[in-house]
Structures are given as C-alpha cells and as structure tokens.
Design a binder for this molecule. Sequence first.
Ligand code: HEM
Length: 476
Amino acid sequence: MLDSNPFSVMLQDLRDERSSGVAFPPGETRFSLSRTRRFAGEPLEMLLEAYERYGPVFTLRLFHSNVVFMLGPEANHHMLVSHASNFRWREGHFRDLIGLMGDGLLTIDGDFHRRSRMIMLPAFHRENIAASYDVIVQEATHALDTLAPGTEFDLYAWTRKLAMRVAMRALFGLDPDGSRARAIDAAGLFEEALAFYASDYFLRVLRMRGTPWWRMQQAARELDALIYSEIAERRASGERGQDILSLLLDAQDEDGNTLNEVQIRDEVMTLLFAGHDTTTSTVSFMFYELARNPHVAERLIAEQDAMLAGAAPTAAQLSSGELSELEMVLDETLRKYPPAWVGPRRAIESFEFAGHTIPARAFVNYCSWASHHLPDVFDDPEQFRPERFTPEAKAAMPKGAYVPFGGGSRTCIGMRFGQLEVRTIATLILQRFTLSLPDDFQLAIRQMPTISPKDGLPMRVHARAGARAASVPAAA
Ligand code: HEM
C-alpha cells in the first residue's frame, strides 16, 4: 500500500533525500519553478543539454525532489538488465498512475510482478497474437472506409479510436459496439484521465473536485463500470475465448489462488491503456515522418507492390520481417519517437555508476527518447534514416543503445502485438492512400505520460494511384 496523500508523500520524499547521507551526482539540484515547468514541456532538449554538460548520469531537481537520469547504452543495460532488481517502478515518478491502473503489471514489482507476468504471458504467445490479426485488419479496414480523398482528418484521433477498438476486441473479447461499450467513449475517457500528466506539476498534487486528479478518478470510474460488468457477465455465463480476460478469469497461482475482481480490473485497465496509447503514437509519428520524407514512403510502396500486389498482407508476412523496408521504418520511428519515453524507477540500495554514487531511495529514470538521440551513439540523431536499422547495422548496435520496448524482466509484454498492429495499420493505409501534412504544420510533442503530437496530427488524404482496397477477412 502506498500513502495516497500527496503532501505526506512529498514530505517523505524530502526526508528520504535528507537522510541519504550521500551526495547526488552533479547537476541542477536547487529548487526551480522554471526548470520544473520547462521539463514538462521540453524534456528531451533539457536532458540532452544536461548529458553534454554532465555526462551519462546527472541530477535535476524537478518540483520538490532530486531526480537522477541515466542515459546511454550502459545506463539502460544497468537499469533494465544487469541491476534491474535494485529498482522499483511503484515508487518512481509515475506512481500517480496507480490511481488509474491500480496494481496492474506496469505498476507492480518483485515477486508479485513475476507471478502476474507468468499468468499473462501465454496470452501474448505468437499463435495468440496471430489470432488477433483478423480483428486488426477488419477494424483498420472499416476505419479506412471513413476516409475520403481530398479531405483532412486528425490521424492521431483516428488511430486512437481504432487502437482502442482493437484492444477491446482482440485483448478482451469485448464488443465495442455492444450497448455498454457504445455508451462510453473509452478512448476519450483515457485521454481525459491522462490529461493529468499534461497538467501543471502544481495542480497535480491537488485532490479536490475539478482538479486533474479528480477528473482522472471520474474517468477511471466510468471505465471501471464497463470492465466490472464485463467480468460479472463472463463469470455468470462461463463464456471463454482466447482473450486475456478469459485467461485472467481462470488463472490460478501455484497455491491454487484465483484473482479477485479488483486484480482482474487492474490488469484489464493496464492493458487497455498500454495496448492502445503507444501504438497510436507510433502510427502518428510514422506517418508524420513519411509525409516529410516522400522518398522513404516511395520505398515502402514499391516494397508493398512487389510483395503484396494489392492483397492484404498475412500475419506471417508482417511478423517475419519479410517487408524489410517497413521493418526499418518502424524501428526508426521508435528510435526517434519512443512513445513510452521514460522509465521511472526508485533505487532500493545506493549504487555506483560511471564514477558516481547514487543514494538509496533516489528517483532514478532511464530515458529511451534521450538515449536514442545521443550523437555519440546515433549519427545525426534528428535525421529520419531507416537504413540505420538494416539487420547488419542493428546487430552491430551496442547493448542497451536501442530500448523502445524497455528491457529485461519488464520488457514490454505487448511488443509483438503492438508491432503487428502498427505494421498492419501502416500497410493498409499505404495500400489505399497517400497522406500529406498541411503546409504550415509544426509538430509539437506533449507527454501524457507517453509522447504524442500535441494538438493531434492533421493530415490530408490523397488517393494512391492504382490503389486497391485490400480484401477484408470474414468477421470472426
Ligand atoms: C509500439 C508499441 C509499444 C511500445 C513502444 C511499448 C513500450 C513499452 C515500454 C518501453 C515498456 C517498459 C516501461 C518501463 O521500463 O518502465 C512497456 C511495458 C509494458 N507494455 Fe508496452 N509498448 C507498446 C505496446 C504495448 C501493447 C500493445 C501492450 C498490451 C497489449 C503493452 C503492454 C505493456 C505492459 C503490460 C507493460 C508492463 C510490462 C511489465 O512491467 O512487465 N505495450 N511497453
């Protein structure tokens, strides 16, 4: 159990910091409102500046506490693999997410995490993911039917809705057109809940009516109603499928204990969030870069024409890396814009890294976004260059250099599912349309807590010469 009073939590953080008795690594450790505010708006720029000044490990005081950042291949490997057991997620900087997710896989640690992961892993085996493929194709095709050449639409909002429908159906066997699900806008509710992270640090500690925290709780309650009623219905009917909800309903640990309603709700909520938010950002950033790099889009289209000749790709084609240009574009998109950009942790014991001592109980973050932009690791990091990810170049990358899915025992459990979904949506869009950006569009990025285009992504739809709509598999 964590204390839910933000003021006593902050007080405890300050006590921990005072009592550590070890100096923090160099950095900017004096309280500063402007630094705190700037970090919320442009963390990447600040982290790269600090890296240049202080090296791979440094401290920034954000709001009330010192936060240690560790950047680069060795740092990622240290935190995710070689010394992962010295870090807890739950007490890290995103602990407020527990208010929305509860104790799902993302927010728990240690043995509880290991056991929960064991229960859920079978749902993410290759054959189960392939079984979701028809749902992804059907949903994407229907969403594409709503687009017309000559019109403009918000690719970010469009993908968010699509990815939520896919997550509901493929992960939970939940009908997004059923009366209960239709009555609520799940994607919109998540957007509302997560706006907490786009709000000012100072507002986040308030808990009364109308505050970002209160709005997050309201949205969570509406989502809860949907999830709990589905759990009750499935328990009553005994209906089971290959989806994760079925798996959770019947799961037992080594001692034969089953999961209660709250535990199931927490896992479902976590997967609904993690299963739609990151893929939405990835599709958006990919098409933003394709619109700015038409020569790359042309290579993708040529590859599709050669390999698919207008037919919908198969799951096997998309999972095997056969469409190698697409694979490289996906890898480069996740390098430049890793949606889950920061890995918030808390150190258990004090430790040494790169000649510095980091105190016990320090907030310590790894950051894929900044690590993927280090010029000593990736040449011209601002350039979008898929050829960085040829199989040979990828094999030659230092361990820990590229971590869009995290690593070690907490590697993204939905990695294969997410990759398949993004590849499918991208392929189906490219088979029908070319998307361009409005001339005056300037990308601004927000963190909420994943990164995404700040005010959506307006895109203009053009018919693709010779395009044929891919055939849709029959309804599951
Ligand atoms: C392009 C898509 C995705 C990206 C880039 C991504 C990225 C990540 C990253 C970086 C982490 C580790 C966070 C950390 O170290 O603190 C993570 C964890 C996780 N992801 Fe994903 N993710 C994606 C898609 C998905 C999907 C589709 C699902 C669910 C179906 C999912 C479920 C999870 C869960 C449950 C965790 C926690 C795992 C654990 O701690 O054991 N993710 N993801």
